[in-house]
Design a protein around this ligand. Structure first.
Ligand SMILES: NC(=O)C1=CN([C@@H]2O[C@H](COP(=O)(O)OP(=O)(O)OC[C@H]3O[C@@H](n4cnc5c(N)ncnc54)[C@H](O)[C@@H]3O)[C@@H](O)[C@H]2O)C=CC1
Ligand SMILES: O=C(O)[C@@H]1CCC=N1
Length: 269
């Protein structure tokens, strides 16, 4: 990859993408340029990642072949107005914001522009992202491959229709937050029984990782895998009964639905 990759904004998600792509060799630090408003944060980013930085978004816009917009959704439109006269003709805009459609990006640039819309998640930081990815018609096959390779370097990627992006936000973009809450709560249960907290996180997190691998690698239905843990008259069926009494599945489903609904509302604004 000899293209210049620009980031405008480099907070939680931008850093997860940058760390993932450098760790997995998709690109090298000398091919990356980052802008943020805060000069002190930029010094830390230079030290941590060895990339070039600037406080001027237009400098990044001028240099980037692949321009990743990693700012909060509410400033996307003003950022695009700021940079649209500076980007290269052939630039690929990679957009990761919740609630911003490809059509909004196209309108903001007011000329034909290549747009890839991705919904990754922060496990990109450890090479375990799940990303939903879609494109507008301006990208050719090589462009699409390059963007797909970028996200593949962070974990798993699936090409989707943009109509599914809200569902992706619920199922993998936002869901790590509640999965961490589950790990925290499971660990709390062990702490209550006397296990040291750090040890409890190890046990709970490894149990979640192992369970996820079982779903991905055995191809068995999650319900079947759950049943296999429940010995008749045993401890797990007591756990499952309590979880059902407390509405665990209904509460998680409603939480995922809330993220999806919010994403749809943001898009309609
Ligand atoms: N955090 C997550 O798990 C995920 C976030 N996203 C999307 O990623 C985007 C960024 O989210 P986070 O990283 O969580 O937010 P964040 O608040 O951690 O990062 C935003 C970054 O933008 C910078 N920034 C703010 N104003 C700027 C300006 N005028 N010019 C240049 N940089 C500016 C901030 O300094 C910061 O580095 C959002 O659009 C969000 O929807 C997508 C998937 C997952
Ligand atoms: O909370 C958010 O809006 C972003 C999008 C998906 C995960 N974080």
């Amino acid at each position: 990859m000899t293209k210049t990759i620009g980031f405008i904004g480099l907070g939680n998600m931008g850093q997860a993408i940058l760390k993932g792509m450098l760790t997995n060799g998709f690109t090298t630090a000398n091919q990356v340029i980052v802008s943020r408003r805060n000069p002190e944060a930029l010094v830390q980013i230079e030290e941590k990642f060895g990339v070039e930085t600037t406080t001027d978004n237009r400098v990044v816009a001028k240099q980037a072949d692949l321009l990743i917009l990693a700012v909060k959704p509410n400033i996307y439109v003003s950022i695009m107005q700021e940079i649209r006269d500076y980007v290269k003709d052939d630039v690929i805009i990679v957009h990761i914001a919740a609630g911003i459609s490809i059509a909004t990006i196209e309108t903001a640039f007011a000329r034909p522009i290549k747009v890839a819309r991705a919904m990754p998640n922060t496990p990109a930081m450890v090479g375990q992202a799940m990303t939903g990815l879609c494109f507008n018609d301006a990208l050719n096959a090589d462009d699409k491959k390059m963007v797909a390779d970028l996200f593949a370097s962070l974990g798993k990627v699936e090409i989707i229709d943009e109509t599914l992006i809200d569902a992706v936000i619920g199922v993998s973009g936002s869901s790590p937050a509640i999965l961490y809450m589950v790990i925290e709560a499971v660990a709390d249960g062990a702490v209550k029984a006397g296990m040291p907290r750090q040890q409890a996180y190890q046990f709970a997190a490894q149990a979640m990782l192992g369970s996820a691998k079982m779903v991905l690698e055995t191809g068995e239905h999650p319900g079947q895998l759950k049943d296999a843990v429940c010995s008749p008259g045993g401890t797990t069926i007591e756990m499952v009964t309590k979880a059902e009494e407390k509405g665990l599945r209904a509460s998680i489903l409603a939480s995922v639905d809330a993220a999806i609904t919010k994403s749809i509302q943001l898009t309609q604004k």
